[in-house]
Design a protein around this ligand. Structure first.
Ligand code: FES
Length: 139
């Protein structure tokens, strides 16, 4: 990336962050991700806040569960609810998959079941890139 492009993108990211109240970006000690406020059922995530592989975990007011944002390889993003569809166990990332710590169900980066006992794919929220923001509809 050229210096000029880098500076332009950095300024765009700062401008996007300027519209988000600072209090909404605070994390908590036990959660390694973004804590954001939803407005009208929608969370706006600055793309600059995603890690180098286009991922982050998000806890949003208005969303039932935390969700994981994952770049899908084609410039689109999936926002996958981190709640196992078997019996509601917590999911953690392991070896590129989401693994339930209750009974071992595994899901891929799109939320599809890879291994049961879960039979239903994970819930996905509608996610759309608008400018420098990923807008996720959580309610
Ligand atoms: S609750 Fe996740 S596999 Fe059973």
């Amino acid at each position: 990336m050229e210096r000029r492009q880098f500076l332009l993108r950095s300024c765009q990211a700062c401008a996007a962050l300027a519209f988000i109240p600072a209090a909404t970006l605070t994390g908590c000690a036990s959660f390694k991700g973004l804590s954001l406020a939803a407005e009208n059922g929608q969370v706006k995530i600055p793309l600059a806040q995603l890690d180098a592989s286009g991922r982050t975990m998000v806890k949003a007011s208005g969303a039932k569960e935390k969700f994981l944002v994952v770049e899908q390889g084609d410039g689109s993003y999936a926002a996958i609810e981190l709640n196992c569809t078997h019996k509601g166990g917590p999911l953690k990332e392991k070896d590129g998959e989401l693994v339930c710590s209750f009974h071992g169900s595994r899901f891929d980066n799109t939320g599809r079941v890879v291994k049961g006992p879960a039979k239903t794919d994970l819930k996905r929220y509608k996610a759309e890139v608008v400018g420098d923001l990923l807008q996720v509809q959580v309610a």
